[in-house]
Ligand binder design. Structure first.
Ligand code: 5GP
Ligand code: MG
Ligand code: MG
Length: 185
């Protein structure tokens, strides 16, 4: 390793981003959510099930704010909205389905948009024999929901815009940004 490497640092983001929620705001709010979850799940067999890939950063920060014994599981779900499938059809990767029988499940996603993802996954977790199922989202978009689902924990309510950062991607980029932003045209 050359300690005097003259290579200039890589630009973090190729397109300009308008910051919607700052890193400090996210950290404060995640800490508050952690306190709430601790209070609600004290003495319970909690399993946090995070939906890949968008909730990765939220998961990593949130579990470090929860001082309770708990398990972490991941599952992969993606919705196809192409011409060949109807809108909102969710593909859940069976290989990733965690063992949640007799566990209190907290489903974690990055953002609640139409609600199809979480509504479907709540059904799946209940078929797997979970003791209880609650949902947590970092973001909730207003005016977009198509199915009824009231998240039990919500970080921020945001306007109807496509957001990136803090785990959320555009074309698999921008997930690493420590804040949530909107791409400028
Ligand atoms: P829903 O099933 O609630 O319509 O959609 C939830 C999923 O859609 C999220 O897990 C996320 O992957 C994706 N999504 C919805 N809105 C946005 C957004 O504004 N930005 C990004 N990057 N993904 C979004
Ligand atoms: Mg997602
Ligand atoms: Mg995505």
């Amino acid at each position: 390793i050359a300690f005097d490497d003259p290579t200039p640092p890589k630009k973090r983001n190729p397109r300009a981003v308008d910051v919607l929620i700052t890193e400090a705001q996210i950290q404060d709010r995640v800490r508050e959510l952690g306190r709430q979850i601790e209070a609600d799940y004290h003495g319970k067999p909690l399993t946090i099930v995070a939906v890949l890939t968008g909730s990765l950063i939220f998961l990593a920060d949130l579990i470090r704010q929860i001082e309770l014994p708990h398990r972490v599981a991941l599952l992969q779900a993606s919705s196809y909205r192409g011409a060949t499938t109807s809108a909102g059809v969710l593909n859940v990767n069976e290989a990733f389905l965690p063992e949640v029988s007799d566990r209190d499940v907290l489903l974690l996603d990055d953002i609640l948009d139409t609600g199809h993802t979480l509504a479907t996954l709540v059904g799946r977790m209940s078929m797997q024999g979970a003791r209880s199922i609650r949902t947590a989202v970092l973001l909730r978009k207003i005016g977009r929901q198509e199915v009824h689902l009231e998240p039990d924990y919500c970080g921020f309510i945001i306007p109807d815009a496509f957001v990136i950062g803090y785990g959320l991607d555009y074309n698999d980029d921008y997930r690493h940004l420590p804040y949530v932003g909107i791409l400028t045209p």
